[in-house]
Design a protein around this ligand. Sequence first.
Ligand code: ZN
Ligand code: ZN
Length: 118
Amino acid sequence: MNNFRSKSPPDPSLTKEGRRNFVRKTEDFVCGNCGNKVTGDGYTDHCPKCLWGKHVDEEIPGDRASDCQGLMKPIGAEMKISDVRYQIKYKCTKCRHIFNVREGKGDNRELLMELLNN
Ligand SMILES: [Zn+2]
Ligand SMILES: [Zn+2]
C-alpha cells in the first residue's frame, strides 16, 4: 500500500502576512469639547470643527506616547512657510503640555484665522 500524502498548497493568506506594510492606526473619536464625531484617517488628532484635540502624543505627532488623554485647547496658529500648512498650537487643559500640530484636512478655517491673530 502506498502512502498517499497529499501536499496541501500553501495558504495564500499566510504568505501575505509578514510582508504587510506598516499601516497607521485609524482612530475614530468623539470630540471632548463639542461632541463632534471625528473619523480618523490615521493622522487626525484633533476635531476639525472646533479644533480642540486630545493629548495622546508626547513628543512627535503620532507617537501616541502620552497617557494624559486631557483636552488640548487650541491657543494659537502660525503658517510655516516651508510647510505651506498651518501649525496649531495647543495647550493641554490637564497637564499644561504645549504642543504644535499640523492642520488637518477639513479644519475649520474661520477658527484657524482667529487663532492666527492670537
Ligand atoms: Zn470639536
Ligand atoms: Zn496633557
